[in-house]
Design a protein around this ligand. Structure first.
Ligand code: ATP
Ligand code: MG
Length: 560
C-alpha cells in the first residue's frame, strides 16, 4: 500500500490509542481494516473521511486495508457505482490490499453459517407478515412478543430455509430470523431478520440467489472472514454492535473483530447523504454526480480539489465520538493552502473592461518575462505581452470608490502586474451611462521601478487584448444558501439550493494556458484557484476553467 505523498504527522485519537494498545499487548501483530461501501451511489466527502481513516491507519501501522463492497441490496446497486468508488479511492491516493472484495463472495459461506445457527436453535423461519412482525417487535418502551413461529424445530427450519433458497416461496412471505431476545431493551436484538426472499438481479451473482442476507448479519461475518482486526464504522451502528458481537459469538468464524464507532462528518452548506445527493442528480438539480458543486469525491475532483488537500482536511477534522459538524471554510482552507504551494500563477480576466493605452504605439508589443510562482523558480516562466489595448477586471475600476480603494479611479494611477503604472484619463460610457472603455496612459519610466515622486499602491491584473485567449469560466459558489439544508424537518432541502451556485462567464486567459491538459490547476492572480474542466476543456481548443476556490475566505467574513 502506498500514499502518493509524504503523509503529514498523524493527529492522535482514540482509535489510534486502541490500536497502539492492541499492538503493544500483542493482541494483534498487525492491523487489518476495511472500507465497506455499498455500491448504491457515488462517494461523498463523508466517505472520504472514512477512507482516510481506514487506509491511513493501515499505512501508518504497516497493516492492510481491504476494499469490500457491501452488495446485499441488489435493486439499488450498480457496476457504475462500484467502478466510481474504486476510481475515487485510488484518486484519493490509496490502494486496497489484494483484489476488491465483495460481500457476495461470501454468500455461500453466509448461507452455511445461517444453517449452523438454525442447527443450534438460534435462528428460525418466520411466516409473519412484515406488518405483523413490526407489531410483535414492540417499541422503545414496550417489550416485543414472541412470534408464533419462534419455536419451530430445527429440522423444520433447515428444510424451510433450503426451500426459501430454492425459490419455493414468494418474495416477502418468509424471513429467517436470529433467535435472541424479544424483550431486549435494544430493538436490534429482538430477533432481527437475517435473510429475506427477494427476486432481484444481482450485479455479481445474477439470478443465482433469491434470498439475500441482511447487512448486520453479513457485515460482521465478512469482517471475520477477512481477518479484520478493527472494524471502524460511524456512530449510528453503535446500537448494532451487540448484534455484531452476538452473531460472531455463535459461529465458528476465524476471528472476532472489534467494532469501533466514530462520528460522521457533516459539512455545512452541503449534504452528506447519498440518498439526497441521488435526488439532486435524478431531478437534474445538478448536472450529474460529478457536478463541481457536489460534495462527491468525483465532484470535488472536477472542481479542482486536490487529493492532498482532502487528506489534510480529514487529518484536521480528526476522529472522535462527538458531533463532527464542520464549516465548509475548513475544507476550502485546506484546498487553498495546498494549491498555494503547488500550482502556477497566471493572469485571467473574468469581467473584462477594455483599456486603450493612448500613449502606446499601435501594433507594437512589449514582452516581459514573468515567473509562474514567486517562491518556486523551478516552475519556470512565461512571456507576458503588453500592447495598446488591454483587458482589466471591470471590478478594478470605480467612478466613485468606497473608502480605502487602491485600484483604478478617474484621474488615478495603478500598477499593472509585471508592467507599467497607468493613469486613467477618461472613462467612456454608453447611452445609459455604463462605463464601457477606459482611456489610460502609461508612465514609461515605471517598468520594474517605482514612479518618481509619488506612491502607487494598487496592483491589478490585466491581459493584452491581442494576445489573450477566450475561455469559458465557471464560477462556483456553495450549493446551498443555509448551513444545514436538511436541518429543518418541516422544510425540503431543495428549497435552499443557491440559485447563484453557478455563474458561467466568457473571460480571457493568458496564452500560456492554451495547451493545458484537463485537470491542470492554476492560480488566476487575484481571482482564485482554477482547474481545467475534466470533461469540457479541450487543450488548444475550447478552454473551460472551473473556479475551485477563491483566494480568500469571503464567506466567514460575510456571515461573521
Ligand atoms: P449515506 O448515509 O450517505 O448513504 P452510508 O453510510 O449508507 O452513507 P456506505 O456506503 O454504507 O454509505 O458507507 C461506507 C462507509 O463510509 C461506512 O463505513 C460509513 O460508516 C462511512 N461513512 C458514510 N458516511 C459517512 C460520513 N458522513 N462520515 C464518515 N463516514 C461515513
Ligand atoms: Mg450504509
Amino acid at each position: 500500500m502506498s500514499s502518493s505523498d509524504n503523509t503529514p504527522i498523524p493527529v492522535p485519537h482514540f482509535i489510534r490509542n486502541i490500536i497502539e494498545a492492541d499492538l503493544a499487548s500483542g493482541k494483534h501483530k498487525s492491523i487489518v481494516t476495511r472500507f465497506p461501501p455499498e455500491p448504491n451511489g457515488y462517494l461523498h466527502v463523508g466517505h472520504a473521511k472514512s477512507i482516510c481513516l481506514n487506509f491511513g491507519l493501515a499505512l501508518d501501522y504497516q497493516g492492510r486495508c481491504n476494499l469490500r463492497f457491501d452488495d446485499t441490496n441488489p435493486e439499488k446497486e450498480s457496476e457504475e457505482y462500484a467502478r466510481s468508488i474504486q476510481d475515487d479511492v485510488r484518486w484519493l491516493g490509496f490502494q486496497w490490499d489484494g483484489e476488491v472484495r465483495w460481500a457476495s463472495d461470501y454468500f455461500e459461506a453466509l448461507y452455511d453459517y445461517a444453517v449452523e445457527l438454525i442447527r443450534q436453535g438460534k435462528a428460525y423461519v418466520d411466516d409473519l407478515s412484515a406488518e405483523a412482525m413490526r407489531e410483535y417487535r414492540g417499541t422503545l418502551t414496550a417489550p416485543g412478543r414472541n412470534s408464533p413461529y419462534r419455536d419451530r424445530p430445527a429440522a423444520e427450519n433447515i428444510d424451510l430455509f433450503a426451500r426459501m433458497r430454492a425459490g419455493e416461496f414468494p418474495d416477502g412471505s418468509k424471513v429467517l430470523r436470529a433467535k435472541i431476545d424479544m424483550a431486549s431493551p435494544n430493538i436490534n436484538l429482538r430477533d432481527p431478520a437475517i435473510y429475506r426472499i427477494r427476486r432481484a438481479h444481482h450485479i455479481r451473482t445474477g439470478d443465482q440467489w433469491c434470498i439475500y442476507p441482511m447487512y448486520d448479519y453479513t457485515h460482521c461475518i465478512s469482517d471475520a472472514l477477512e481477518n479484520i482486526t478493527h472494524s471502524l464504522c460511524t456512530l449510528e451502528f453503535e446500537d448494532h454492535r451487540p448484534l455484531y458481537d452476538w452473531v460472531l459469538d455463535q459461529l465458528p468464524v476465524p476471528c472476532h473483530p472489534q467494532q469501533i464507532e466514530f462520528s460522521r462528518l457533516e459539512l455545512q452548506y452541503t449534504l452528506t447523504s447519498k440518498r439526497k445527493l441521488n435526488q439532486l442528480v435524478t431531478e437534474n438539480l445538478v448536472s450529474g454526480w460529478d457536478d463541481p458543486r457536489m460534495p462527491t469525491i468525483t465532484g470535488m475532483r472536477r472542481r479542482g480539489y486536490t487529493p492532498e488537500g482532502i487528506r489534510e482536511f480529514a487529518r484536521r477534522i480528526g476522529i472522535s465520538k462527538s458531533d463532527n459538524v464542520v464549516d465548509m471554510s475548513v475544507l476550502e482552507g485546506c484546498i487553498r493552502e495546498d494549491m498555494e504551494v503547488r500550482v502556477p500563477r497566471v493572469m485571467a480576466v473574468v469581467k473584462p473592461l477594455k483599456v486603450v493605452i493612448t500613449n502606446f504605439v499601435e501594433g507594437e508589443t512589449q514582452s516581459r518575462e514573468a515567473g509562474f510562482h514567486p517562491n518556486h523558480p523551478e516552475f519556470g516562466s512565461r512571456v507576458v505581452p503588453f500592447s495598446k489595448e488591454i483587458w482589466i477586471e471591470a471590478d478594478d475600476f470605480a467612478e466613485t470608490p468606497p473608502p480605502g480603494w487602491q485600484r483604478l479611479v478617474p484621474g488615478g494611477e495603478v500598477r499593472l502586474r509585471y508592467s507599467y503604472v497607468i493613469k486613467c484619463d477618461e472613462a467612456i460610457k454608453d447611452a445609459v451611462g455604463n462605463v464601457v472603455e477606459l482611456r489610460c496612459s502609461i508612465d514609461p519610466d515605471t517598468l520594474g521601478k517605482n514612479p518618481q515622486g509619488r506612491k502607487v499602491k494598487g496592483v491589478i491584473h490585466w491581459l493584452s487584448v491581442e494576445h489573450a485567449l477566450a475561455a469559458e469560466v465557471r464560477l462556483y459558489d456553495r450549493l446551498f444558501t443555509v448551513a444545514e439544508p436538511d436541518g429543518d424537518k418541516a422544510r425540503d432541502f431543495r428549497e435552499f439550493i443557491n440559485p447563484e451556485s453557478l455563474t458561467v462567464v466568457q473571460g480571457w486567459v493568458e496564452a500560456a494556458v492554451r495547451d493545458a491538459a484537463p485537470e491542470t490547476r492554476y492560480q488566476f492572480e487575484r481571482l482564485g484557484y482554477f482547474c481545467a474542466d475534466r470533461r469540457d476543456h479541450q487543450p488548444g481548443g475550447k478552454l473551460v476553467f472551473n473556479r475551485t476556490v477563491t483566494l480568500k475566505d469571503s464567506w466567514t467574513k460575510e456571515q461573521g
